[in-house]
Design a protein around this ligand. Structure first.
Ligand code: DAH
Length: 361
């Protein structure tokens, strides 16, 4: 028997014996690979002469094609068998419940906004919105910050290049507080009015408790007989509902904001034992400590006039505070900057389950 015939019988037997794709590929390498048996024989043709070389060459080429086709056929057969096996064993049970889907988390800011909205809606406030890009009138002048007044400098404003704007005489800026929405709402709707506004505000500041963009909530209630008593009652209800502490101590401390008179800052009771801040009433009143959370006051008559409301007929209160800070205090978030770094590990830790958020509503 010639070498070629022996080889053919040998390879054919091996191909037939290969019961999976991996062993079939091993046979292919031993036959047709760079160092395979057929390849070796091809190389030996160089040593033959003339006619003999021609005949052997044709014989080997035919063998090569035959083996390659045989391998291909065996491969198709094995693949089909494998598929048949899988189809026979894998079944789909359509009655099984779906796998839990990863749907991400609700950001603590979004969660806090939802909570604030719910609390104030219960008190009859509706939600207003205003633009992030403001003009000097709505952010400062109408709020009784006279031009050049030092109170403007308390807020590290990002001014925009007004030369590039449509109205070159208007100074545009990124709003430094949501108080600008008070003006827009009063100009648009007049009195009476009862709104909150939540949104982004901007100041040039950056450390553990400040970021150039943060969030505020603003409240405004104007009617005929609104007093500071209503303001205090509203804030007590709001803060104890938000922190979920029924007898949360609250105090108003006189303070200055150009757009209110009188103005106050609001503190809530806390304790700072072992350096750990806890919002609550102290067991011993003498040990009660305070934490500032909010600014408020009775809307200044100049502000009402600036919006076309008669201060002898209407009066009311306003308040404003940082949503991010409220979230940090309630949910124990130590660094404000981490809120805006879009780190999904942070969000998995501090974020909320969407279904819990919906269920709370
Ligand atoms: N706009 C103030 C700020 O950003 C907060 C504030 C204080 C808002 C007193 C008010 C208010 O409505 O009455 O610092």
């Amino acid at each position: 028997m010639s070498d070629a015939l022996t080889l053919k019988n040998d390879l054919t037997a091996k191909i037939e014996a290969a019961n999976d794709l991996k062993s079939l590929d091993d046979v292919r390498v031993t036959a047709l690979g760079k160092k395979g048996a057929i390849t070796d024989l091809m190389k030996s043709l160089g040593r033959l002469e003339g006619e003999e070389r021609k005949i052997k060459g044709q014989e080997l080429n035919a063998l090569k094609d035959e083996i390659a086709n045989f391998i291909k056929a065996r491969e198709a057969k094995l693949k089909k068998e494998e598929l048949d096996r899988r189809l026979a064993t894998e079944t789909l049970d359509v009655t099984l419940p779906p796998l839990p889907k990863k749907i991400g988390h609700v950001h603590p800011i979004t969660q806090t906004m939802e909570e604030l909205q719910t609390i104030f809606a219960d008190m009859g406030f509706s939600v207003a919105e205003g633009p992030d890009i403001e003009d000097d009138w709505h952010n400062f002048t109408a709020l009784n910050f006279p031009p050049g007044h030092p109170a403007r400098e308390m807020q590290d404003t990002f001014f925009l290049n007004s030369k590039a704007s449509a109205d070159k005489n208007t100074q545009y800026l990124l709003r430094t507080h949501t108080s600008s929405v008070q003006i827009r709402e009063m100009e648009k709707h007049g009195a009476p009015i009862k709104i909150i506004c939540m949104g982004r505000v901007y100041r040039s500041d950056y450390d553990m408790t400040h970021t150039p963009m943060f969030h505020q909530v603003e409240g405004l209630y104007i009617d005929k007989n609104v007093t500071m008593g209503h303001l205090k009652g509203c804030l007590i209800d709001f803060l104890s509902a938000y922190f979920e502490i029924e007898d949360l101590p609250i105090r108003l401390r006189p303070s200055f904001f150009p757009f209110v008179e009188p103005g106050a800052e609001v503190d809530i009771g806390c304790s700072r034992k072992n350096g750990e801040l806890k919002i609550a009433r102290a067991d011993n009143p003498l040990e009660q400590e305070w934490l500032e959370v909010l600014g408020c006051g009775m809307v200044h008559p100049n502000v009402l006039k600036n919006c076309g409301i008669d201060p002898t007929e209407y009066q009311g209160f306003a308040f404003g505070t940082g949503i991010d800070r409220l979230a940090m205090l309630k949910y124990g978030i130590p660094d404000l900057r981490s809120m805006f770094e879009s780190d999904s590990r942070w969000l998995e830790h501090y974020g909320f389950n969407l279904f819990e958020t919906l269920a709370k509503k």
